[in-house]
Design a protein around this ligand. Structure first.
Ligand SMILES: [Zn+2]
Length: 103
C-alpha cells in the first residue's frame, strides 16, 4: 500500500528509520500530505495495522475538525484505533460487508 485517501486528499505512506524525536511509530501530516511510518513496522503485521489506523483516524479527525485539543484527539485516536483493529480482527468478513454496503 503506497497511499491512503482521506476526504478529498491522497496521503502518501512514507517509511522512514526515525519518525520523530519522540520515537513515535507513525505521524500524520496535513501540511506534507503524508503519513510517516517507522521501518520497524515492516513487514506489515498487527502493529503496522494498528498504527496505520491510528494515523488515518488522525487524518479523519483533522479533515472533519472533530477535536478542539490535541490531548483529547490523541487519546481518542489511540483508543479507537486499538478497538477498531480488534473488531476487524474478530470479524474477518466485516470489512467486505461494509464496503459492499457502501458501494
Ligand atoms: Zn497519535
Amino acid at each position: 500500500m503506497k497511499s491512503v485517501r482521506i476526504g478529498p486528499h491522497k496521503f502518501a505512506l512514507v517509511y522512514v528509520d526515525k519518525v520523530d524525536e519522540e520515537d513515535n511509530w507513525g505521524h500524520y501530516s496535513q501540511a506534507d500530505q503524508n503519513i510517516l511510518l517507522s521501518n520497524a513496522l515492516l513487514p506489515e503485521g498487527s502493529k503496522w495495522a494498528e498504527i496505520l489506523l491510528h494515523e488515518i483516524f488522525h487524518g479523519v479527525a483533522d479533515e472533519r475538525e472533530i477535536f478542539d485539543d490535541d490531548k483529547t484527539e490523541e487519546r481518542a485516536v489511540k483508543l479507537f484505533a486499538m478497538g477498531f483493529a480488534q473488531v476487524l480482527k474478530d470479524n474477518k468478513t466485516l470489512f467486505r460487508a461494509i464496503l459492499k454496503a457502501l458501494a
